[in-house]
Design a protein around this ligand. Sequence first.
Ligand SMILES: [Zn+2]
Ligand SMILES: [Zn+2]
Length: 248
Amino acid sequence: MGRGKGRKGYIFEIGESLLELLYPKRCPICEKILGRKEGRVCDGCRKKLPYIREPRCMSCGKVLKREEQEYCQSCEKGLHSFDQGISTFLYEKKLRHSIHRMKFQNRREYLDFYAEEMVRESRRYLLAWKPDVLIPIPMYRRKEKARGYNQSRLLAEKFGRLTGIEVDCKSVIRCRETLPQKELTAQERKKNLKGAFQITAPERIKKRILLIDDIYTTGATVDAVSSLLKKHGAGPVYFLTICSGNGK
Ligand SMILES: [Zn+2]
Ligand SMILES: [Zn+2]
């Protein structure tokens, strides 16, 4: 039954507007209550969203300082096991706070906004990559239970609904607890992730894979999962994240 048609429709609408009164939709960036005509983000923030555009690293997609550079310093060394990836936003102050609320204060509704932005910004790349499947970076089971959700998984599911690409949340798992990456150096990050992921169903691994995560920093996490997938026969592995830091 369509919305607004029949009694059930009315009840649904009343229920929905009551919910909106109690929990008005807020801008994911500045937390202001959104006006009726505003979309998923307020007009003020919309104008200032820190999109990452060219010049960007041809491998990890980070912002580059100079137009003539092709790769950031880290990718120039050729250390990555993934093939290519991009992030939609620069991880600056307001974004950092927004992501923090999304992850740790149960503002998972922000992911609707982030997924839509990621789809729009990655369209050109998706056409070239032609991924068979989306795989979210898994969270350790106990940690996911404590938080109530894995933001990367929710993000991948929303991204999948918007693009029609299949989502696989089962084939890769995080089999042990790891330290928060942000507190570690690049070397320590790698060590921290050693043996942290596991493939549960090697026969299900598809050829062209697109990994989905919230933040890209040194790429250690994406690298760890992508090298594992490649050991199990995956073809090219790409990634998309909501945001990433500055490249050098
Ligand atoms: Zn705003
Ligand atoms: Zn790079």
